[in-house]
Design a protein around this ligand. Structure first.
Ligand code: FAD
Length: 451
């Protein structure tokens, strides 16, 4: 009997564990949204787990981990499976562990507003629980309805809320966690904020995170506002004015008019011009109105987020790309931080080179406390060479690229190996069984073993 057959037989005997073996579910649970990238689509389409397990207790995770260790079988963790870089795709087959049954909000700490939550909890469910205490999550991906909090911390970066709270890896956005290591004696380990850092945004390569302690914010009613603006340059100026105002903002984005016409009707309305999209608390609405009037612009108040049939999150962050692809699968995208003060220079230069093949979608973010503009432009795909050329052009104009067409933690981030992430993998996953192929630094681990 092969090792994988031995494992498949063994997992059937574990209590509190659902085992999935049928081919259509194995395929479905081995994928995410990597097909936004034609490069990843080709690379990942045939990857499939040998078996998927859904643990309902810590003990059942430990039982699976022990067997994977004994038989040297790869183990890839899955949350909601909404990642864009094939983060939860099992490159070397083996076991996919789906965390969706471990989904309880375990504790709320009123004096700090911290919350302890199991990692399979959907962010939509988490916010419902937090609302009972007058709180809400600070940061949300636009996939918050179907994505898990564990997947967001392990595979996401930021999103709605990043205008105020920055990115997930910024100090203060993760307070602690519990995780299981994979060796001959797997255990549930506790990590404080500092110890948690190497497991934050590591694609589940250096520990199975079972719960997280996260900060929350006071719950507010967020109003969705749209400002119509014919002049793209002016829309950038106005967004900057809004982000500099003394108001609570949760979101600030710009979609250029060629993107707006491809968005759902409830959003695009009658005005197919560039649109600035904001989420602001009630006390800020009149300030935005004032900024608009002063600049001769029309403001649309779509109302409280909760009252809307469709949320504004359906047209921002990577949902803009989703809407473009719903119209035509030829669209892919890129992600970058624009050079401070030279955002429009970069956009104008690239417009001359790429014309309507490259359409602009900007997001206001806080980068280590400094208001900045990120961009998620959509690109009409015409091959890998052009993509590479475009990334080189962006870099030479001062942008920092977060490449969504690669499978490794480092490739999708700043392109550099994080020694602490590799050291944590050596310590908590010494055989390299967790999500193999996703941490570049692991291939060079000898350098880190001696340090
Ligand atoms: P998964 O995709 O299941 O997993 C992500 C990674 O986390 C994998 O490497 C997995 O192995 C690991 N992982 C999951 N759970 C655990 C665990 N318990 N322990 C250890 N590792 C674990 N991302 C953003 O950051 N911001 C956005 O605004 C955003 N918008 C998006 C819009 C669209 C249309 C799409 C398709 C994607 C978007 N994403 C965005 C990417 C993705 O949706 C989010 O990052 C999301 O939070 C991932 O959560 P998930 O539960 O789906 O994780």
């Amino acid at each position: 009997m092969s090792n994988i057959e031995k494992l498949k037989t063994y997992v059937e005997s574990i209590n509190d564990l659902e085992v999935i073996n049928n081919t259509s579910d194995l395929k479905r649970l081995s994928r995410d949204f990597y097909d936004y990238s034609p490069i990843l689509k080709e690379r990942l389409n045939d990857c499939i787990a040998d078996v998927v397990v859904r643990p309902k207790s810590i003990e059942s995770i430990i039982a699976v981990v022990k067997k994977c260790w004994d038989l040297s079988i790869p183990l890839t963790i899955r949350g909601g499976g909404t990642g864009n870089y094939g983060q939860c795709v099992p490159l070397l087959n083996g076991v996919v562990m789906h965390m969706n049954y471990l989904n309880k909000v375990e504790e709320f700490y009123p004096e700090t507003g911290f919350v302890k939550v199991q990692t399979g909890c959907l962010m939509s469910d988490m916010n419902k629980e937090l609302a009972k205490n007058g709180r809400e999550l600070r940061l949300l991906p636009s996939t918050w309805r179907t994505a898990t909090i564990g997947g967001f911390v392990s595979g996401g970066s930021g999103g709605i809320g990043s205008i105020r709270w920055g990115f997930l890896r910024d100090p203060g956005n993760l307070i602690g966690l519990e995780a299981i290591n994979i060796d001959s004696n797997p255990q549930l380990l506790k990590f404080n904020a500092e110890e948690s850092e190497p497991l934050n945004h590591a694609y589940g390569t250096n520990g199975i995170i079972t719960s997280l302690i996260l900060p929350t914010d006071v719950k507010r009613d967020w109003y969705s506002l749209v400002i119509n603006c014919d002049d793209f340059d002016k829309s950038v100026e106005i967004l900057k004015l809004c982000t500099a105002a003394a108001i609570n903002l949760k979101l600030g984005a710009i979609l250029e008019n060629e993107i707006v016409v491809k968005m759902p009707k409830w959003f695009r309305g009658q005005n197919n011009c560039n649109k600035i999209v904001l989420q602001v608390s009630l006390s800020g609405v009149q300030t935005i109105d004032f900024i608009c009037k002063k600049n001769g612009l029309e403001l649309q108040n779509l109302g409280k987020e909760i009252d809307l049939e469709y949320g504004i999150s359906d047209v921002v962050w990577n949902h803009t790309t989703l809407q473009m692809r719903a119209k035509d699968k030829v669209w892919t995208y890129l992600q970058m931080l624009l050079p401070l003060g030279n955002e429009l220079k970069l956009i104008k230069t690239l417009r001359k080179q790429y014309g309507k093949k490259l359409l602009w979608h900007l997001e206001a973010v806080s980068q280590q406390g400094v208001p900045r503009l990120a961009a998620l432009p959509v690109l009409k795909w015409s091959g890998e060479n052009e993509l590479k050329q475009l990334m080189d052009d962006c870099k030479s104009l001062g942008a920092i690229i977060f490449n969504p067409h690669v499978i490794t933690v480092e490739g999708g981030g700043l392109g550099v190996i994080d020694a602490d992430q590799v050291k944590a993998k050596i310590k908590y996953d010494p055989k390299g069984l967790l999500n193999p192929g996703k941490l570049e630094g692991w291939e060079k681990k000898e350098i880190f073993i001696s340090n």
